[in-house]
Write a new protein. Structure first.
Length: 259
């Protein structure tokens, strides 16, 4: 597919590219191409060489990992977002699988061009460092969430985060299928169902993809959200990068009381 100028402008506004010179971006875009994938298309498998940086323009992509015939969802991405940046910079094999969830338009930027500009352009190198630093912070949060909390607590915090992002109304809509949410939270679908049932005592009612939280204070007391793990961001904050996520919330918000 031909690349529309509007698509390039959307990519240009990403923090990874917004600060670099026009000529640097032009060189990166010169070898790029746009592809449309159907739902369920395998983009990458673990161990594959990574020749391109992927930029999701439309649709959604699941990142997953496998071991011993088991598979887990690591993230579900929406537009506009990049993925597989670390493997591209390292010129290393992919450590994740990537698969489209719905029909998706993806811009593919040659990895060799990215590595060349990284070595030659200070502003681009700084932008890459910020992006990877934000990703690292996100991974630390996810590990702490998995290791320090039980499944019910993880689900409670996930629902509070979604409630905040969707405007703090009583009823929210789950952004993904429940099987994805279960995997993201390190749970089986059966455990997720039991966790939802446990939250009924805290005012949580489930109707398909819609969740009503009638007692948010009670749910917060159970969840004990912490800014060093969670990002319960308000709906009026636009998140387009990992660095934005890490900078957009003060430590005072949701900080647990000291003993």
């Amino acid at each position: 597919m031909s690349i529309r100028s509007a698509d390039l402008e959307r990519v240009r506004r990403l923090p990874l590219f917004v600060s670099i010179a026009d000529e640097v971006f032009a060189r990166l875009a010169a070898g790029a191409f746009l592809q449309r994938f159907p739902a369920g298309a395998d983009l990458l498998a673990e161990g594959d060489p990574v020749d391109f940086l992927y930029v999701l323009l439309d649709g959604s992509v699941e990142l997953s990992g496998t071991w011993n015939d088991k598979e887990t969802t690591l993230a579900v991405l929406g537009p506009v977002s990049t993925f597989i940046l670390a493997a591209v910079i390292l010129d290393a094999p992919a450590t994740m699988n990537a698969r489209t969830v719905g029909r998706s338009d993806i811009l593919m930027i040659p990895g060799a061009a990215l590595r060349r500009e990284l070595e030659e352009d200070v502003r681009f190198a700084s932008a890459v460092a910020l992006e990877l630093s934000g990703c690292y912070q996100g991974v630390v949060r996810a590990i702490k969430n998995q290791k320090l909390r039980g499944g019910v607590e993880r689900l409670a915090n996930y629902l509070l985060a979604q409630r905040s992002r969707q405007g703090s109304d009583a009823t929210l809509t789950l952004p993904y299928e429940k099987r994805f949410i279960a995997s993201l939270l390190g749970m089986t679908p059966e455990n997720l169902s039991r966790a939802f049932a446990s939250l009924a005592d805290y005012g949580v009612e489930v109707d398909g993809p819609h969740v009503t939280i009638s007692r948010p204070v009670a749910l917060e007391r159970l969840a004990k959200p912490d800014p060093l793990i969670d990002k319960h961001l308000p709906s009026d904050i636009t998140l387009i990068s990992k660095p934005d996520r890490e900078r957009s919330q003060t430590l005072e918000t949701y900080r647990p009381p000291r003993p």
